[in-house]
Write a protein that binds this ligand. Structure first.
Ligand code: NAD
Length: 487
């Protein structure tokens, strides 16, 4: 496999920062080096922010009609689509996911980009009429000048496109710090953004270490907002650093979703949904339904059906077209997930299927973990409480609607939950009682770009996608006009 070489993207071009550290990204499937990433330091943060500020001031982007920005973003979407194959390869190699999963992720990112671009034709605003024709109020929305975006490794493309095109439609300049583990696609998207017509200086991509590049961005007084996706622990740190210069923060953080299955649900559909909920993206999914709450009367049949399907899933490298799941992102995370499995056993949960790394010789060089299901999980157990971020499911039973709601809300997270029932009253009552930003009904992990996404409680602040996603990057200005000033 040929190694890719990445520098930083700044002022409309790629550069290798002088004297920088080079990070070698090893494939989590095979252990081979797939990319050499030249990491940014604080000098590159300073330069990128100064350029972003200057470009914002000169108005080449924010001063253009919004419809022009929209057209450029639509062109960018076409250019990305033309390179879908090579981009999917990069995403699969660096993040360890299957080619099909990487392709699906990028197709969805393009959908988000096209939707965000369409908002350019409906930038919000209001007129307030007061006391007839004498007094007029205008509410206009203006872009926050410079946005810092800090991204995780699990969905390098989607987490970027839930933010970036909305900020660009608004007219902001943006400095992006992708995870150094998965920086490749962000650099390629920036190259295509230039080809589409986004002016130099509007967009910079600085792969780097969180404690260096990320912290410098959070502390920099010329950044107006940090939009972060990642863990709750780092989100807290970012909020406190950004608080020193009182910059706005939007935080998309971790989750511990509950998938609630009532006895009257379409059980075949619910089994499929429950399986996807903890195995999609090998469980490295913030909305994962890692807790299955199932009505006691159907629990043993339901778990048997689910276990059968989980056993049939295939682990494999990006080159294995039959594979359903890839490896964990790196060795440390692999050990962490195995530790959670051991803890579930030690705390008394019953292992039904999976339970560790697979034994196949072909998978020995990757950080693979079998889809794993535990029953007999109670709320005191670690597997019920903590985000595992791997293909591990804990099953808990309930007897009533109120008990199901209580169990689902028994977490400090509040990102996404699911409910499966054929009774619309139950579905709506449960949805309204769930303390999460998103609820799936008779579905899991499905959405459309028009729906805002984001967490409650320790899962975060702010919303992405939908018209709300655009407004996050704008600030309201009120103008009061006296129409006929009295002398
Ligand atoms: P992470 O919090 O470790 O890292 C995220 C980013 O923050 C990386 O770019 C990292 O380099 C940077 N960072 C680390 N320390 C920093 C610091 N001190 N200052 C500034 N930046 C710093 O998260 P991860 O391991 O990359 O991703 C997994 C987590 O992301 C999970 O908890 C998952 O639930 C969450 N996630 C949430 C969403 C969502 O939309 N809510 C989506 C995807 C992932």
């Amino acid at each position: 496999m040929s190694k890719r070489e990445y520098g930083i993207w700044i002022n409309g071009g790629s550069e290798l920062p002088a004297g920088c550290t080079v990070f070698e990204r090893m494939s989590p499937s095979t252990g081979e080096c797939v990319a050499r990433v030249h990491l940014a330091g604080t000098a590159e943060v300073e330069r990128a922010i100064a350029l972003a500020k200057e470009t914002f001031k000169d108005g080449a982007w924010k001063g253009a009609p919004a419809s022009e920005r929209g057209k450029i973003l639509l062109h960018w979407a076409d250019l990305i689509t033309k390179e879908l194959d090579p981009l999917s390869r990069i995403e699969a190699d660096e993040a360890g996911k299957t080619i099909a999963a990487a392709r699906g992720e990028i197709e969805w990112s393009v959908e988000l980009l096209r939707y965000a671009a369409s908002l350019a034709w409906s930038i919000p605003g209001r007129v307030v009429n007061h006391e007839g024709a004498e007094k007029l109020g205008l509410v206009t929305y203006e872009p926050l000048p410079v946005i810092g975006m800090i991204l995780p490794w699990n969905f390098p493309s989607v987490t970027l496109f839930q933010k970036l095109p909305y900020a660009l439609v608004a007219g902001c300049s943006v400095v992006i710090k992708p995870s150094e583990l998965t920086a490749g696609t962000a650099i390629e998207y920036a190259r295509l953004a230039k080809e589409a017509g986004i002016p130099d200086g509007v967009l910079a991509v600085l792969p780097g270490v969180g404690e260096v590049v990320g912290e410098a961005m959070c502390l920099h007084p010329a950044i107006d907002m940090i939009s972060f996706t990642g863990s709750t622990a780092v989100g807290r740190k970012i909020a406190s650093l950004a608080g020193q210069s009182l910059k706005k923060v939007a935080l998309e953080l971790g989750g511990k979703g509950a998938n609630i299955v009532f006895a009257d649900a379409n059980l075949d559909a619910a089994v499929g949904g429950a399986l996807a909920a903890f195995t999609i993206n090998q469980g490295e999914e913030c909305c994962a339904g890692g807790r299955l709450l199932v009505e006691e009367a159907i629990a043993s049949d339901f778990v048997a059906m689910l276990a059968e399907k989980a056993k049939a899933l295939k682990l494999g490298t990006p080159d294995d077209v039959d594979a359903d799941l890839g490896p964990m992102i790196h060795e440390h995370h692999h050990r962490k997930v195995l530790g959670y499995i051991q803890k579930a056993k030690d705390e008394g949960a019953t292992l039904v299927v999976g339970g560790g790394a697979p034994r196949e010789v072909a998978l020995e060089s990757g950080y693979f973990i079998e889809p794993t299901i535990f029953t007999g999980v109670d709320p005191s157990m670690t597997i019920f409480k903590e985000e595992i971020f791997g293909p591990v499911l804990g099953v808990t039973t309930f007897r009533s609607v109120s008990q199901a709601i209580e169990l689902a809300n028994l977490t400090h997270y509040g990102l996404a939950n699911g409910v499966w029932t054929s009774n619309i009253d139950t579905a709506m009552a449960v949805s309204s009682a769930l303390e999460s930003g998103f609820v799936y009904v008779n579905s899991y992990l499905e959405t459309v770009p028009q729906l805002p996404f984001g967490g409650r409680k320790s899962s975060g602040l702010g919303r992405e996608n939908g018209p709300e996603g655009l407004l996050e990057f704008m600030q309201a200005k009120s103008t009061f006009v006296r129409m006929r000033p009295s002398v």
